[in-house]
Design a protein around this ligand. Sequence first.
Ligand SMILES: NC(=O)c1ccc[n+]([C@@H]2O[C@H](COP(=O)([O-])OP(=O)(O)OC[C@H]3O[C@@H](n4cnc5c(N)ncnc54)[C@H](O)[C@@H]3O)[C@@H](O)[C@H]2O)c1
Length: 432
Amino acid sequence: MNYKPHSGKLLVLTPGMGAVATTFMAGVESIRRGLTLPVGSLTQMQCIRIGKRSANQNPMIKELVNLAPLDDIVFAGWDVFADDAFEAASRAAVLKPSDLAPLSDFLHSIKPMTACFDQHYVKRLDGPNVKKEKNKLELAQLLRQDIRDAIKRTGADRAVMVWCGSTEVYIEPAECHKSLKAFERGLAANDINISPAQIYAYAALMEGVPYANGAPHMSADSRAIEELAHEKKLPIAGKDFKTGQTMMKTVLAPAFKARMLGIAGWYSTNILGNRDGEVLDDPESFRSKEISKSSVLDLLQKEVYPALYGNLYHKVRINYYPPRGDEKEGWDNIDIFGWMGYPMQIKVDFLCRDSILAAPIVLDLALLLDLSHRAGRHDVQEWLSFYFKAPHVNHGNTVENDLFIQHFRLKNTLRVLAGQEPLTHLEESNEE
Ligand SMILES: NC(=O)c1ccc[n+]([C@@H]2O[C@H](COP(=O)([O-])OP(=O)(O)OC[C@H]3O[C@@H](n4cnc5c(N)ncnc54)[C@H](O)[C@@H]3O)[C@@H](O)[C@H]2O)c1
């Protein structure tokens, strides 16, 4: 084993206690009480082959590597609304009242800390549970104190942070993002280019807490925060959980590419009616999402295959439609072409449940970030790209969006962490 074994309790900190975070918390408790299974979580359900195929060794991931067991997870979060996790989960209406009722004591016990929030960065949101300080350096110090207090209150040994808050407006990298020193100067000077999400990321790393970003806006993906992660020897990962439509896209696009089928156009639309949808109804927050959702088709390498993908017209739409709640519909029309240029069409209509798909990702990220930390792996954890729409990579590296390549890399990293050989599939054919 190439890492420090787990002991004590692991605190999972979530800025944002809305649909995704509360579905994650309720699900973990429900699994712990034996009421449900951890469906969708690789760390809890997936097996992984080690050694030659003939050896027939397929331990579960959680047996291969020493992850914190669910019983040792404790929770804390922040939100701009003062609702506890039960009230927030009831409001989000992802889970049925009959599934929440048996967990009410547990969920009522998780009360949000006051948020570091500014409506300038999330136009469609306004709530009362917000820190009053206006200076960003002071806000960072308060968040650091919150982290220390939460660790003490929950009796945790260590913590990880996964951003589950709303999508902030799109921000271009600015001077304050170029180095840690510039960022800290920016905090003190209340630089407008530093959003609350960036302050949480900074506070987490300053407190020795690994950080992952589940939303598409900038938080840890700046030179400044990367520098801090490097200095503190901490893992970071992001960004934007890969759940419904984009997950399907990163399955289908590699299939067309593998078969050298061309794509003329890909039109994707979504209707959703949860608070996330309401926030994304603002064009500036949508801009962050549009960029992360659009970039996934870069995996087609149009510069390498201009005849197949050079003229691909890619359009992504998100429409806020309240009657649908969290039960989003993601609809895709794909115009492909084959032999002698003959056109064909594919329609995908994914009637999904956003937070049901995102909750196991939060769990896996929390456990795998903690594992990375104990293994001394720091900086950007590209092997966790599997979980993200717009993977954050180390400077100069190309992004990999193909779900199967991402999965292969994730499993090989776990094998190596467990002291096993990575798989190449190049064993002697009679041994494969
Ligand atoms: N559900 C999915 O499938 C999915 C997929 C990819 C990404 N995401 C992203 O995950 C995030 C959470 O999604 P959700 O459906 O839970 O949204 P939600 O609106 O239900 O919850 C977000 C919560 O964050 C809070 N919040 C906003 N800014 C905050 C701040 N600065 N500090 C503390 N709390 C803050 C809001 O009050 C809200 O309660 C969103 O950014 C969303 O885009 C979700």
